[in-house]
Write a protein that binds this ligand. Structure first.
Ligand code: TXA
Ligand code: MG
Length: 342
């Protein structure tokens, strides 16, 4: 199959293909998603196949507004959900609600009795869902295990020949996937941190907890996606938490004579002697730009098979930093540089 690149003007074509059960990748403000008609189990199934995703990992259902949610979700948590939707939708917040019996297929829910809903802040995709008149499933449009795509080219790299089309709307804004909030637990629980922070959620609905639980082998995790290896480039990522530790980290790696790369803010790169590095990637000038560029950096280094280690700048894990560090820790398998003096 040839994968067609569509412009944001070609929504009618994209909607027609989705209606025929085909897969079309779509832009959102977080990352690109792999779209299929959420009411068509065969189409949803082909999304798992294209991604190489385990079938027990449920899909997010993307809607064009709250009204579409209540066709499928049970109203048990409606008051809390409506407050959140009013405040944060469209935007990078996914809300897990109990599903109405038989409203959506097992393929979409992964066999759970809950479903994740999200209204993305992207005009093209909202129009696409409205034109289709049905919600679309949308896992991140990467091969399972790889960093999520923040450019249409990333999607093409992973999935060309496996999907019908990609709608190209340029780089995504946030760069990290949405905050996933479970409203079906006794206390609302963040299963995946994202750009909407715990503090922002607490301001609107009161107590919210974060699920920091490490999933053990054989255990069924709350967000099935959290148990799989993720965002992992071929090289070993080593997180450098303190900027002053970059210099000792570089000497340590030079002693081992291993080819390495560095990803850090521009002002950090400017201070370092990077001549011994195979490659560098500037994460811009702030945590915002670093979050926006994190996955692109990991993908860029993957194109150079020589690189064995990636020294990556850590940030304090608060606000957006919680989401950035969550993804970076996964890509590094929690490996951090420890200097001798520490
Ligand atoms: O920003 C995003 O959320 C992107 C864009 C495309 O919207 N989508 C995305 O989807 O990241 P995905 O499928 O790659 O990640 C969804 C996460 C997974 O960890 C999955 O296990 C979890 O949400 N999830 C989905 N439905 C769930 C449910 N009913 N209960 C618990 N976790 C759920
Ligand atoms: Mg994903």
């Amino acid at each position: 199959m040839e994968t067609v690149i569509l412009s944001t003007q070609q929504i009618d074509q994209a909607a027609q293909w989705l209606d025929e059960g085909k897969i079309v990748a779509f832009p959102t403000e977080t990352v690109y998603g792999l779209g299929a008609d959420a009411t068509n189990p065969a189409a949803a199934k082909s999304v798992y196949q294209a991604k190489g995703r385990p079938s027990d990992n449920p899909l997010i259902v993307h809607v064009d507004g709250p009204q579409m949610v209540w066709q499928y979700a049970n109203v048990a948590q409606k008051a809390t959900a409506v407050k959140l939707m009013d405040k944060f939708w469209p935007g990078p917040l996914t809300i897990i609600l109990p599903v109405k019996p038989h409203a959506l297929s097992k393929t979409v829910t992964g066999g759970l009795d809950t479903v994740a809903f999200r209204m993305p802040a992207n005009q093209t995709t909202l129009k696409l869902i409205s034109t289709l008149g049905k919600p679309i499933v949308g896992p991140s449009a990467n091969t399972s295990g790889k960093p999520s795509p923040t450019l249409a080219q990333h999607v093409y790299h992973d999935l060309k020949g496996k999907i019908t089309a990609i709608i190209d709307d340029g780089p995504t804004k946030v760069g990290l996937e949405s905050t996933v909030l479970d409203l079906t637990s006794s206390v609302p629980t963040i299963l995946r941190p994202g750009a909407i922070s715990q503090e922002q959620l607490t301001d609107v609905i009161g107590v919210v907890q974060s699920d920091h639980h490490q999933v053990q082998p054989g255990e069924i995790p709350k967000a099935p996606g959290m148990k799989y290896k993720h965002y992992a480039p071929q090289a070993q990522v080593i997180i450098v938490d303190q900027i002053q530790d970059f210099a000792p980290a570089i000497s340590w790696i030079r002693q081992r004579q291993e080819p390495f790369a560095i990803m850090a803010e521009q002002q950090v790169l400017d201070q370092l002697d990077v001549t011994s590095a195979q490659a560098t990637f500037s994460l811009g000038e702030s945590l915002d730009s670093a979050s926006h560029l994190l996955f692109a950096a990991l993908r860029q280094f993957d194109l150079n098979p020589k690189i064995r280690y990636i020294l990556a700048q850590g940030f304090s894990a608060t606000g957006l930093g919680a989401a950035y560090m969550n993804r970076l820790n996964k890509s590094a398998g929690n490996v951090h540089f420890k200097s001798q003096e520490a």
